[in-house]
Write a protein that binds this ligand. Structure first.
Ligand SMILES: [Cu+2]
Length: 113
């Protein structure tokens, strides 16, 4: 009579321990990956709510080579057509960026702490 009840007790304890570990993990610290496109000679919409540690993936969907160049030199990504690359946002602040080949292409990232 004792054996059938004991059997399942061990797996159940293990499951509880795993659940506790999951709750303790710093879920809010996970960086976000957002996408900014280059298409038709323009940058696409820049997502809001960016924070330090988030990652921007620049995606060139255009027929031309473009760069995403920060005016404060925080990043400078050079992309041939169909290429993509990632930059990590390491500092808070407002960062204006442009394309070195087409200065009319501009955008702004707002990064919170
Ligand atoms: Cu360009």
């Amino acid at each position: 009579m004792g054996d059938p009840e004991r059997g399942p007790a061990y797996p159940r304890r293990a499951v509880l321990a795993l659940a506790g570990a999951a709750i303790a993990a710093p879920v809010s610290a996970a960086p976000r990956v957002v996408t900014v496109t280059m298409r038709d000679m323009a940058f696409g919409a820049v997502p809001t709510g960016l924070r330090v540690g988030d990652i921007v993936e620049w995606v060139n969907l255009d027929l031309f080579r473009h760069t995403a160049t920060a005016r404060n030199k925080a990043f400078d990504v050079d992309l041939v057509p169909r290429a993509r690359a990632r930059t990590v946002l390491r500092q808070p602040g407002v960062v204006a960026f442009y394309c070195r080949f087409h200065p009319g292409m501009t955008g702004v990232l707002e990064v919170a702490k």
